[in-house]
Design a protein around this ligand. Structure first.
Ligand SMILES: Cc1ncc(COP(=O)(O)O)c(C=O)c1O
Length: 408
């Protein structure tokens, strides 16, 4: 019997998954309090209060909130000393902002391949890319799964290169029982709508380093000098400050994320346990130093050789018909049109031929294997998660037993 929804059968699920972002009375009260009595921008208590609470939550001494994760990245790179023509090592399997912030600093993104088991920058691929122009290494904790920070920090130390963590997706994640973000020189977070903590837009930089944070203050605040005059400008900065209403929305989420993280932990282990029983579907691994993941997204791997060579995209279509939306996620960044540049726009890239880059691990994951679920799915209850599992089981067993159905 062919009961797949793709061919007219009953879908596993018709109900939506939990809403995200989520409006709560705590958020509304906090916004109204700031709106009525705390100032809306520079000098607002709401900003100060959020920065200090977020630094504390992430086990860091300092936090500076910013208008977005992208601006936080640019500010952090500049504060780390990245100058025109310098190189920054990043993975190609990440959101575009990781690379575009490097370009916006007039620097050269240098890609190093990922580890296909964790989808994070592979520490073993980093050293081959280091040159005398390398001024930062920027690991990205993809889906909130921490990178191998012991290995990456050791490389940074050996070569005297600062590590800036792109923790845009990793609120609350821990490496060796310490929250990520300030394990090296500093790191950044995003509060854009899809993130596990959100104000619609927003970002933050955290660090334990006074000089770095003073420089971040300057770059994110029009180049002003910390403790200096209002019209005194020491750097080429911008207005990349967070507004106070956004800060007031974020503050209550430092509490609510704790509950959400427990829900995400439960969903992730239920999914990993059930999906790893399906031959050809393999969950993403974590490095041994990982003591907590943020589970921003759920990513798993589809190996078509176990499914009669039927491509992942067919699996996506059948899953969508069952009411569970899965998708491919990132493409290798070096293929983006932005890197096929003309020398007028990015003259400092003229010696880099991004079109000739090929990174096998990233390409296998991006082009063939990665299967993503949106982050709100992880906020579901056990019934919601069971529906996801049921859809995976229903679709994958048909791909195995009746490949001819998918040939037309
Ligand atoms: C890995 C990564 N880096 C940077 C960013 C940029 O953050 P934002 O969208 O807040 O600018 C994002 C967010 O989308 C991200 O996922």
């Amino acid at each position: 019997m062919n009961d797949l929804a793709l061919f007219g059968g009953q879908p596993v699920r018709t109900a939506p998954f939990p809403d995200w972002p989520r409006s709560t009375s705590e958020l509304r009260d906090s916004i109204m309090n700031t709106l009525d009595s705390e100032g809306w921008g520079v000098g607002s208590k709401a900003i100060e209060r959020f920065e200090s609470a977020f630094a504390n939550f992430q086990d860091a001494k300092y936090c500076i909130s910013t208008s977005s994760g992208t601006t936080a990245l640019w500010v952090a790179l500049k504060a780390a000393g990245v100058k025109a023509g310098d190189e920054v090592i990043i993975p190609p399997y990440t959101f575009i902002a990781t690379a575009s912030a490097v370009l916006m600093a007039n620097a050269v993104p240098v890609f190093a391949d990922i580890d296909s088991e964790t989808l994070n920058l592979d520490p073993e691929k980093i050293e081959a890319e280091i040159t005398d122009k390398t001024k930062a290494i920027m690991p990205v904790h993809i889906a909130g799964n921490p990178c191998d920070m012991d290995a990456i920090l050791a490389i940074g130390k050996r070569h005297g290169i600062p590590i800036i963590e792109d923790a845009a997706q990793a609120h609350g994640a821990e490496w060796n029982e310490k929250k990520v973000g300030a394990l090296g020189l500093g790191g950044i977070f995003s509060f854009q709508t899809s993130k596990n903590m959100t104000a619609g837009e927003g970002g933050a930089i955290i660090s334990n380093d006074d000089d770095f944070m003073d420089a971040c203050f300057s770059y994110h605040n029009c180049g002003r000098v910390k403790g200096g005059e209002w019209y005194e400008h020491s750097h080429l900065g911008g207005n990349f400050r967070l507004n106070a209403l956004a800060a007031s929305m974020l503050h209550p989420q430092i509490d609510s994320i704790i509950n959400d993280m427990e829900t995400r932990d439960r969903s992730k282990s239920l999914l990993d346990e059930a999906l790893s029983q399906i031959e050809g579907i393999s969950p993403i691994k974590a490095y041994t130093g990982t003591t907590r993941q943020a589970h921003h997204l759920y990513i798993t791997k589809y190996n078509k050789t176990h499914f009669n060579d039927i491509p992942r995209e067919t699996f996506f279509k059948a899953m969508q018909a069952e009411g569970v939306y899965t998708y491919m996620g990132y493409s290798p960044l070096y293929r983006e049109k932005l890197f096929i540049t003309n020398a007028d726009e990015y003259p400092w890239l003229k010696d880099t031929d991004y079109q000739s880059i090929s990174m096998p691990e990233t390409e296998t994951i991006a082009d063939e294997q990665a299967v993503w679920l949106r982050q709100n799915h992880l906020l579901g209850n056990e019934r919601d998660i069971q529906d996801i599992v049921d859809a995976f089981v229903k679709v994958t067993s048909k791909l195995k037993s009746n490949p001819e159905l998918f040939n037309s």
